[in-house]
Design a protein around this ligand. Structure first.
Ligand SMILES: Cc1cc2nc3c(=O)[nH]c(=O)nc-3n(C[C@H](O)[C@H](O)[C@H](O)COP(=O)(O)OP(=O)(O)OC[C@H]3O[C@@H](n4cnc5c(N)ncnc54)[C@H](O)[C@@H]3O)c2cc1C
Length: 391
């Protein structure tokens, strides 16, 4: 049985490691480049990925401070297990090596431009140095990321409804970041004026350097955010952080970013002998857009079932569906709550949580299940009052 994977990003490479002996097609010349991801996960994900993740940990964080737009600390959360930052470029390089060791083949600079189904087999049309080649395959895993072109055409995914532009870059730390850096603390910025539906972040990377970032909703019709260009919103945030001494100069270096997905996946992202995984199908946490944990969970299920039931796709998908359903329904309820919070404004909502004592000054929480943490908190308050009902 010949298994092909489209895309050698995090999801494609992890599948190539776990499933073994597959052929991966990647349009870029190198894996991990261009970078887009911040690389924050908890030790739950690190332990799942194993040594390749442990080798690329750049920072370990003991706290997460949530600040309002006047830079007042609303809460200080202590993650358990701890949060780490992974060097995402190095991670993908090590993943590629491990996939090769596991018998998989990684074809770089080969873009899959079409997939046709023909009598139970798939024909992948591949653009290789301008020549179009045909690769036959029995099973296709589409791990093409947020671009989604093939997944939508194959009927494996719906177009993402909620896309955000994630922008980040390195800056020199200002005096108000020193204590957070010393305490290995990530700063989350809430600001309903600049980014009502998402948040900004300041992540210590060394004693003097931070990574600052923000997520802004994409309005395809106008390319503007609330009437302002993205760059003017980012510049205003940088100026504000500078004025408030969170960064010591307005220069942002090595900026990078990409598309953050904030809608939940549909349960049915498979058909015959094809499946869409990772960002392509929205296997991410809609509140933060973080996908490294949820994608690992998806691939763990798929890789355990695929060899056993490859020729019997009905059994494969009935089992896969049973296992993935729990995660999908959690992500769907996360999307509903995220939508509600976005409508209120994240800053207004979290200030309300603070004033109502829903979240107190210092608490322990699970980073990979941050949504369940907040949901349970809200439910505790409204229990009995029957004000809010989430599944
Ligand atoms: C700014 C930002 C910050 C983030 N921070 C975090 C974080 O801190 N923690 C976290 O858990 N998640 C984070 N995420 C989300 C996380 O990065 C993604 O969920 C994850 O990288 C998705 O992996 P993927 O393999 O599905 O997609 P991608 O990493 O996008 O990989 C897709 C690959 O497919 C290739 N490709 C696409 N189409 C074709 C084609 N037709 N033929 C051949 N190759 C193709 C692409 O070149 C690419 O290499 C962040 C995302 C962004 C944008």
């Amino acid at each position: 049985m010949d298994i092909s994977i489209v895309g050698a990003g995090y999801a494609g490479l992890l599948s190539a490691i776990k499933i073994k002996d597959v052929k991966v097609f990647e349009e870029n010349k190198y894996v991990g480049i261009p970078p887009h991801c911040t690389g924050l996960v908890s030790y739950v994900t690190v332990n799942y990925l194993g040594d390749i993740a442990r080798e690329v940990i750049t920072n370990e964080f003991k706290g997460l401070a949530i600040l309002d737009s006047s830079y007042k600390e609303l809460f200080y959360l202590k993650p358990y297990p701890k949060i780490v930052r992974l060097d995402r470029i190095k991670l993908e390089v090590l993943m590629k090596d491990q996939a090769l060791n596991n018998g998989s083949i990684i074809n770089l600079r080969q873009r899959v431009i079409g997939i046709n189904s023909n009598r139970g087999r798939y024909s992948l049309l591949i653009n290789r140095n301008g020549n179009i080649e045909d690769h036959q395959s029995d099973f296709v895993i589409v791990a093409e990321g947020a671009s989604q072109g093939l997944s939508v055409r194959l009927g494996l995914a719906r177009r993402h409804r909620k896309l955000f532009l994630g922008f980040q870059g390195y800056a020199d730390a200002g005096s108000n970041m020193i204590d957070y850096i010393h305490d290995d603390t990530i700063v989350i910025l809430l600001n309903d004026k600049y980014f009502k539906d998402f948040f900004g972040w300041i992540i210590p990377v060394s004693r003097k350097k931070v990574l600052i970032g923000v997520g802004l909703p994409i309005d395809h019709s106008s390319k503007l955010y609330r009437g302002n260009s993205y760059s003017s919103v980012i510049n205003a945030l940088v100026a504000d952080l500078y004025r408030n001494r969170f960064i010591s100069s307005r220069t942002i270096r090595k900026s990078y970013g990409g598309l953050i997905i904030r809608n939940a996946p549909s349960t049915r992202h498979f058909l015959y002998r094809a499946i869409s995984i990772g960002d392509a199908v929205g296997m991410v946490k809609p509140f933060s857009g973080g996908g490294l944990y949820t994608i690992a969970y998806q691939i763990e299920i798929l890789s355990k079932l695929i060899h056993r039931y490859m020729y019997d796709y009905e059994s494969l998908w009935s089992r896969y569906r049973r296992y993935i359903e729990r995660m999908v329904s959690q992500l769907k309820s996360q999307e509903r709550l995220s939508n509600l919070l976005s409508r209120i404004g994240l800053e207004a909502a979290f200030k309300m949580f603070s004033s109502m004592g829903i979240v107190r000054g210092l608490e322990t929480f699970d980073f990979e299940h941050h949504f369940e943490y907040f949901r349970n908190k809200i439910m505790d308050v409204f229990k009995g009052a029957n004000i809010l009902r989430f599944k």
